[in-house]
Design a protein around this ligand. Structure first.
Ligand SMILES: Nc1ncnc2c1ncn2[C@@H]1O[C@H](COP(=O)(O)OP(=O)(O)OP(=O)(O)O)[C@@H](O)[C@H]1O
Length: 220
């Protein structure tokens, strides 16, 4: 569903941050993307989301060459990808329920058709008792789970999460990992960018994509 072939990226006229990246993400797969701070994990996720263009090489998403896509095709492909950003990006003036429902409103769905789905997802992430709360009163872990629910409401085929357990205590991090594993088992491909070794050790079946010195090393 995703492949990189000899991809390189530099910001401006600087050195290449990423060099000769070649890897695939298969349907129904689970991988950690890891590497030291500054190694380029967020940059790689931005390439996948097409918010950055590679300096060289080819990125293919759902069978289509990213370089050849028009604006509407990019929008269509992004709808198939759920993203949990490092800084959550919840809208502070909307309740938790409204934040999670927003991607469905944006595509024109009527509330009556999605209310039960949103409530079920909120129950799944353990936030069904907080549906009317505004993000400003939520804890870090609650915001994290709300961001996950919002990413999943459109039933993406691929979920990207950038440091989803950053700033969480180990118990909550374990709980979130269990949610991601459940999601994987239900058929979604999952890519989790993290430098939390303890977290990765809890799911040994996961592939590890390790960035170091601009190169990617894959451990199956
Ligand atoms: N817009 C930008 N312009 C120039 N350099 C950038 C830009 N964004 C990131 N960088 C540089 O690219 C490198 C990789 O950054 P990136 O955020 O992708 O790393 P990361 O592995 O996600 O780090 P962390 O684990 O700390 O979040 C860093 O050296 C960073 O300073």
């Amino acid at each position: 569903m995703l492949s990189f072939a000899d991809v390189g990226l530099r910001y401006g006229t600087g050195n290449e941050i990423l060099s000769d990246l070649s890897f695939t993400v298969e349907p129904r797969s689970f991988q950690f993307l890891t590497g030291p701070s500054g190694a380029g994990k967020t940059t790689l996720l931005k390439l996948v989301l097409m918010s950055l263009k590679p300096t060289r090489g080819r990125i293919t998403l759902f069978g289509q060459d990213a370089a050849t896509l028009g604006k509407d095709e990019v929008t269509d492909i992004r709808r198939r990808i759920g993203v949990v950003f490092q800084d959550f990006r919840l809208l502070d003036h909307l309740s938790l329920y409204e934040n999670v429902a927003l991607p469905l409103r944006v595509i024109g769905r009527e509330e009556a058709s999605y209310r039960a789905e949103v409530l079920e997802l909120l129950r799944w992430v353990g936030l069904d008792n907080r549906i009317t709360a505004l993000p400003t009163v939520l804890s870090g872990g609650e915001k994290q789970r709300a961001a996950i629910a919002r990413a999943l409401i459109v039933r993406p085929e691929l979920l990207l999460a950038d440091e989803p357990t950053g700033n969480l205590d180990p118990t909550l991090a374990r709980r979130l990992l269990r949610l991601f594993i459940e999601l994987h088992k239900s058929g979604t491909s999952v890519v989790i960018a993290t430098h939390d070794l303890a977290l990765m050790d809890q799911y040994e079946a996961a592939r590890r994509l390790v960035l170091a010195d601009g190169r990617l090393h894959v451990f199956e």
